[in-house]
Write a protein that binds this ligand. Structure first.
Ligand code: HEM
Length: 141
């Protein structure tokens, strides 16, 4: 449990780093109308992989914590830290990974550089906003 938690915490740095990189890269290249290159494909794929791994670690952490053995749903919802751990953080992060997955698969179907980069820019930006909104910053630093 402790190991999984540490892994989830450190893996979060990687998720943040690569997601920020992929998003800003796609936004910048969309605005400046640059060509889509193999490097762009690699960075978006790497973001997809890294975020899916974090999703799996998070799910393991969530089930391992066995929150409902000690508290009822009502008690959890009344406590802001517990509500965040059990409900808000997981839901926001699952949604973020869904947006990353949608962005990645939609960008692959596009035939033009602008089309590809635009899909990544839009969907990864939404994911980044969700991650930034619900990541427990105080525990990260
Ligand atoms: C995909 C992006 C995600 C990021 C960047 C992320 C990041 C973090 C960070 C930085 C913490 C604080 C770690 C600590 O306590 O030191 C945390 C805690 C937690 N995360 Fe995530 N997480 C993600 C996804 C998920 C998902 C999908 C779930 C569950 C389905 C989840 C479940 C949890 C739980 C239960 C905790 C609280 C652990 C505790 O304090 O007992 N996370 N997460």
């Amino acid at each position: 449990m402790a190991t999984v938690k540490i892994l989830h915490q450190y893996w979060a740095y990687l998720v943040l780093l690569i997601l920020v990189l992929a998003t800003f890269n796609a936004v910048f290249k969309t605005i400046t109308k640059k060509e889509y290159e193999p490097r762009d494909f690699r960075v978006s794929l790497f973001t997809l992989i890294v975020s899916h791994i974090q999703l799996l670690i998070g799910i393991v952490l969530w089930f391992a914590a066995d929150y409902f053995s000690e508290m009822s749903m009502g008690e959890i919802m009344k406590n802001s830290i517990m509500r965040s751990n059990v409900v808000e953080h997981p839901i926001a992060m699952i949604l973020a990974v869904v947006f990353i997955t949608m962005g990645y698969s939609k960008h692959k179907k596009q035939l033009t550089s602008t089309g590809k980069l635009k899909k990544i820019a839009i969907f990864y930006s939404i994911a980044l906003l969700l991650v930034c909104a619900k990541i427990p910053w105080a525990k990260l630093f």
